[in-house]
Ligand binder design. Structure first.
Ligand code: SF4
Ligand code: SF4
Length: 319
């Protein structure tokens, strides 16, 4: 039987997804028995021109991680779409925008001002920003265009499947790869994970009181090992997050931050979590509710940590 042709690529991401792909451990031997890796910039020496030269649909599967933040990433997403039969959004950034998606609270220039001009460690020698074109005697130097808005992969090209997580757990990656190798793929559009219900469904902590008078930041209290973190006043997004990871974070006393994305059928993970917070606040007094809610210091980062570009609002308005 002919081996599968597999490509892997990263766009706006941290590199964690590449490591997660290697976390399949010795199963990688099974993978390379069945598939040839034809493009993987982080690990093998292949150039963009090599991909350009490939016939359309000659790659069987491409695992694409990272959001789309600049013109180079958009170009590669379009090229890999054209060359691949199956394109998989791998990890929270490709699926939902991820942490880079929080850049949608700002625009290109305000991000550049912070990074290249206003930080205390930047030399104050004028407004020096990256240029897309710089002419020197040897020729033209170019950089990709940095966009105002971060996009998910499926906002740029058509996507067959989604593998959630920041980064995806080894068992989630293998669930998808095994389905590929065995030719047992689910319907197009499926988010591949072990659970379509919420992280709470996999969490062993007890939920009963369902009411809180105060919201805490993680360092302010040491939770006991048994009570639901949300009921202790820690903003655990497990209720609004797709399961499949095995409730890894609550198991070690850390609230879930939402990396597996919304539960099946929910289109806005942050709105779902906001409604969960509202339902546990123990007060009918508007002033007291305001005081409790004011302890949420970063509402967007709390509710939309991995999903702002994929949310109904998508970004802050551009001036
Ligand atoms: S809210 Fe968090 S701690 Fe509570 S049951 Fe759900 S996942 Fe567990
Ligand atoms: S508990 Fe939440 S944040 Fe932690 S790995 Fe699971 S989905 Fe991600």
């Amino acid at each position: 039987m002919a081996k599968l042709k597999l490509a892997l690529y990263w766009a706006a991401s941290c590199g964690g997804c590449e490591i997660a792909q290697l976390m399949i451990g010795d199963k990688i031997l099974k993978l390379i028995e069945a598939a040839d890796i034809v493009f993987w910039p982080v690990a093998i020496d292949a150039k963009y021109d090599d991909v350009e030269a490939m016939p359309a649909k000659s790659i069987d599967v491409c695992l694409f991680n990272g959001a789309i933040r600049n013109s180079e990433q958009e170009h590669m997403a379009k090229m890999l779409r054209e060359k691949s039969k199956i394109l998989i959004a791998y990890g929270a950034c490709a699926c939902r925008g991820g942490i880079p998606g929080l850049g949608n609270l700002h625009d290109r220039q305000s991000i550049f001002n912070t990074v290249y001009r206003d930080t205390v460690s930047t030399e104050k020698n004028g407004n020096i920003f990256p240029q897309t074109l710089f002419r020197v005697s040897e020729g033209d130097l170019t950089l990709p265009v940095f966009y105002d808005t971060v996009s998910t992969l499926n906002q740029v090209v058509d996507v067959e499947y989604y593998i959630p997580g920041c980064p995806p757990e080894e068992k989630t990656t293998w669930l998808a790869l095994e389905a590929l190798l065995e030719g047992k793929l689910p319907p197009k559009g499926t988010v591949i994970s072990h659970n379509v219900k919420a992280v709470c469904d996999e969490c062993s902590r007890k939920r009963d009181i369902k009411k809180i008078k105060k919201i805490y930041r993680n360092f302010e209290i040491i939770p006991d090992a048994e009570t639901c973190l949300l009921e202790l006043g820690l903003l655990c997004t497990g209720v609004a997050t797709r399961g499949g990871c095995g409730a890894l974070c609550p198991q070690v006393n850390m609230p879930c931050t939402g990396c597996y994305g919304p539960v099946e059928g929910v289109i806005d993970q942050g709105a779902h979590f906001l409604s969960a917070i509202a339902s546990v606040i123990d007060s009918k007094d508007e002033e007291e509710i305001r005081t409790i809610i004011n302890d949420v210091l970063d509402p967007v980062g709390t509710c939309y940590r991995y999903s702002l570009p994929d949310s109904l609002v998508r970004r802050a308005s551009l001036k």
